[in-house]
Design a protein around this ligand. Structure first.
Ligand code: ADP
Ligand code: MG
Length: 442
């Protein structure tokens, strides 16, 4: 019977909501009018109760007329419903201080740290220690799919484990707004205020969302100040720096900069490689171990550069495909199986653009970059441009050579190697290169 209800709900709420919230529930049956479900976590249970209670309840009532209540229990399948029930019904009476559910996959131990995200990671770790509040707020920003949400969930998980006494509230700015609007409509604004002012740690994801939404911004500002005054930790994320969020009130953006502002830089090749290796180990647990040819990770790390989520999706598809046909993952398979992703992530940066930007940056003439001069002030930028052309475009060495005034591919290779070598010793050079890369990518 539950299966029937569950299927009906799928139509109503859509596949992905169904998959996340309804499918994981196990119906344990009905006693004394109470229908019990087992949820994989308290979050799922609470979320379902908050979001789908009425839809589920109405259907249960049509099946059995003496249904009075639903209960969600969490945990192992031994029949301990009687013990678990009081705990959940207490939660049901308590305030609804639940934020958005936390993703069980987002922990610190599976967050791969590299140069581009080490600062953000360190800051997140510090907040998760729950020591004295050192920087408030912590403001994390960076492009899509670079790990902001992952880090925030990791903080929340860690805090919950270490300090179960703390009220940790994580939610997206969109949910903040939604609740605020709901509270206004239901004339429960005092409850709303009390609720948000009573947490110990508030985490708001994607805060750029409330920019331009005036009354929500206003309320957020007050909540923010009230919590900071009580010395409660706040963690915020956004897709760009506070000062760059359009239509975000100046006083809010300046308050956001009072703590620590750190950005997640675009991933670099090494980090992507690290992430691929880590994720492959994870996928191997669900798909069984699959042989992956040499060069596959390197290829993916070169070609899928913008968004870690896409990189992950690519790998997952390869695993699924390979386990389906029972073959190892080869470079040929990658080309076939991921042709759509590879096409769309084809970099738009051209060798010519790279040459222009690099020349500009080092203040040399483009004609010199392409010409024969070999003085250091010219040869060095030229090599950097060769290196970036190799890294950022899909041109082959001979193709790049042709674009550098008809140079030989061995000259290009030499230049690329030279830069790789220098990068290990010269931090200034490293910074120049990262800067150029960011300029070119934006
Ligand atoms: P954002 O919130 O910045 O858009 P997410 O945190 O949602 O990005 O990350 C997108 C996906 O990429 C998630 O599945 C996340 O686990 C993964 N991811 C991003 N960065 C890393 C990293 N450094 N190590 C492991 N996984 C990562
Ligand atoms: Mg996010």
């Amino acid at each position: 019977q539950w299966t029937g209800i569950s299927e009906e709900l799928r139509y109503e709420i859509g596949d992905s909501n169904h998959k996340n919230w309804i499918a994981p529930l196990e119906c344990l049956g009905i006693t004394d009018g109470v229908v019990r479900f087992r949820a994989p976590s308290r979050f799922v249970g609470d979320w379902v109760k908050r979001t789908y209670h009425d839809q589920i309840f109405a259907r249960l009532q049509t099946l059995a007329c003496d249904v009075s209540r639903m209960e969600f229990i969490v945990g192992d399948p031994t029949p301990r419903a009687a013990v678990a029930a009081p705990a959940t019904s207490k939660a049901a009476q308590g305030d609804d201080l639940q934020g958005a559910p936390l993703d069980g996959k987002y922990h610190f131990d599976n967050f791969v740290v590299g140069k581009p995200n080490e600062l953000a990671h360190a800051a997140a770790r510090r907040v998760a220690e729950a020591g004295p509040v050192t920087f408030n707020p912590l403001f994390l920003y960076g492009g899509v799919g670079l790990g902001k949400t992952h880090l925030m969930h990791a903080i929340a998980w860690e805090l919950k484990a270490k300090r179960p006494d703390l009220q940790v509230l994580y939610l997206s700015a969109e949910q903040f707004m939604y609740r605020f609007v709901q509270a206004l409509r239901d004339r429960e604004i005092m409850d709303f205020k009390n609720l948000f002012r009573s947490v110990d740690v508030l985490m708001v994801d994607d805060v750029q969302f409330i920019a331009g939404k005036d009354s929500t911004q206003e309320e957020f500002f007050h909540t923010f100040n009230a919590l900071v005054d009580q010395n409660k930790q706040i963690v915020i994320s956004a897709d760009r720096a506070p000062g760059e969020i359009k239509d975000l009130e100046a006083r809010i953006s300046s308050r956001m900069q009072c703590g620590l502002v750190v950005d997640l830089h675009p991933t670099n090749y090494e980090l992507r490689l690290g992430i691929l290796q880590r994720k492959a180990a994870q996928f191997a647990q669900s798909y069984g171990s699959i042989k992956i040819d040499d060069g596959v990770f390197e290829f993916l790390a070169h070609r899928i550069t913008t968004n870690v989520r896409v990189l992950e999706g690519a790998l997952q598809r390869l695993f699924a495909f390979s386990s389906l046909i029972g073959q190892e993952v080869t470079l040929d398979m990658v080309q076939d199986c991921l042709s759509d992703m590879l096409r769309s992530s084809e970099r738009r940066v051209t060798v010519e653009e790279i040459q222009r930007k690099v020349a500009e940056h080092f203040n040399i003439r483009l004609s010199d970059m392409l010409g024969p001069k070999r003085t250091r002030t010219i040869a060095r930028p030229r090599q950097i441009a060769m290196y970036l052309s190799k890294e950022m475009t899909s041109r082959s060495l001979p193709e790049i050579g042709r674009r550098f005034g008809g140079r030989d591919h061995t000259t290009i290779l030499h230049g690329v190697r030279k830069v790789v070598e220098m990068r290990t010793q010269d931090t200034q050079l490293n910074e120049d290169i990262e800067l150029l890369r960011r300029l070119l990518e934006s």
